[in-house]
Design a protein around this ligand. Structure first.
Ligand code: SF4
Length: 336
């Protein structure tokens, strides 16, 4: 379901924009529709009130919890079942963060990622994207949403931007706390600046060598690394939020000194943060994460050169839950 379809249904029941917004606010913030001096019981048109329970049931059924895999007190992987039985993953992150999925499967096919191995299965509707936030908020506070779970947001941009709009206007999430992650796609650079809610941008870089990058991200758009950084920098300067560069660190693949030198050349003076994510073990893949010493050296070198850099663990290694693995295992169990 798309938010646009929900709005049409509400309009057919006599809703005006203020009614639609109040319903979306109540749903996305998991709070009452009532407002001081104006309870929903009298505020919504009668036809909408008559259908409200049905609409709420439909919204609740968009994503249900199938399994929860805690990592520590603050981090947990959630496996969610959608209305048609498909499954996606969300991750509760520290400090009120939440990582959500935008597609079932993914067409980019990054060689280090489980989500991309089965290809794209289907798009998530914008309401299914928001429903992941609603489900997480029923468990705890959510103040930051990163679109870095299963799927490439650029391949489902209409739904992703619709969800971002709702979360930023009705869902009480600061615009810079909505982070859209992409492998780099012309459509993202064109459309993000046009939205009334402008999210922060994360770019999955993984290598400074355009040829190697094309091997690691086989179905990403063929845009040179230099061009990607230039487009990201333009957006960062326009919005005032630094771009977060994502870099899955793989031993012997993209953790060498030549990469470090090129990162310094590319990102010096840029409004940017480098997030190194040590590779998570993925069933059937030979890759390994670099040693802790090597990772610390890479971060330290960038910092010495004035580039903000940090280590981000892809939450869930402890439950063998690298992106897409929970879903893959649940699907295997279904087939048995
Ligand atoms: Fe898709 Fe992201 Fe996995 Fe790449 S890392 S295959 S873009 S989900």
């Amino acid at each position: 379901m798309r938010i646009a379809h929900l709005r049409s249904r509400l309009q057919q029941l006599g809703a005006k924009p203020c009614h639609e917004d109040r319903l979306l606010r109540g749903w996305s913030q998991v709070c009452s529709y009532d407002r001081k001096g104006s309870p929903a019981a009298t505020f919504f048109p009668a036809a909408l009130r008559a259908e409200l329970a049905d609409i709420e049931a439909q919204l609740s059924g968009l994503a249900r919890l199938h399994g929860e895999y805690p990592v520590d007190e603050e981090v947990a992987r959630l496996l969610l079942r959608l209305a048609d039985g498909q499954m996606v993953e969300s991750v509760l992150l520290p400090r009120g963060g939440l990582c959500i999925s935008t597609q079932v499967g993914c067409a980019v096919g990054c060689v280090f990622c489980m989500s991309g191995r089965a290809g794209l299965i289907r798009q998530l509707g914008s309401a299914e994207i928001v429903a992941q936030v609603v489900l997480a908020r029923r468990r705890r506070k959510v103040e930051k949403v990163v679109f870095m779970g299963m799927g490439e947001p650029a391949h489902n941009l209409d739904n992703v931007l619709e969800a971002i709009d709702v979360l930023g206007t009705q869902g009480n999430i600061g615009h810079k706390n909505l982070v859209l992650s992409t492998v780099g796609d012309e459509r993202v650079f064109e459309r993000l600046p046009q939205g009334s809610v402008k999210p922060a941008l994360a770019l999955s870089l993984h290598s400074t060598d355009t040829t190697l990058r094309a091997k690691l991200l086989p179905n990403a758009p063929q845009i040179s690394v230099e061009e990607l950084v230039a487009r990201c920098e333009e957006y960062a300067r326009a919005t005032g939020y630094p771009v977060q560069y994502q870099w899955t660190l793989i031993e012997g693949v993209n953790d060498g000194d030549a990469e470090l030198t090129r990162i310094v050349e590319l990102l010096s003076g840029k409004y940017a943060v480098m997030n190194f994510i040590p590779f998570n073990a993925v069933d059937g893949l030979e890759y390994r994460r670099p040693s802790d010493e090597r990772i610390a050296f890479m971060v330290g070198t960038l910092k010495q050169q004035g580039i903000l850099a940090r280590i981000r663990d892809s939450a869930g290694q402890e439950v063998e839950g690298a992106c897409g693995q929970l879903r893959a295992r649940a699907e295997n169990e279904k087939r048995r």
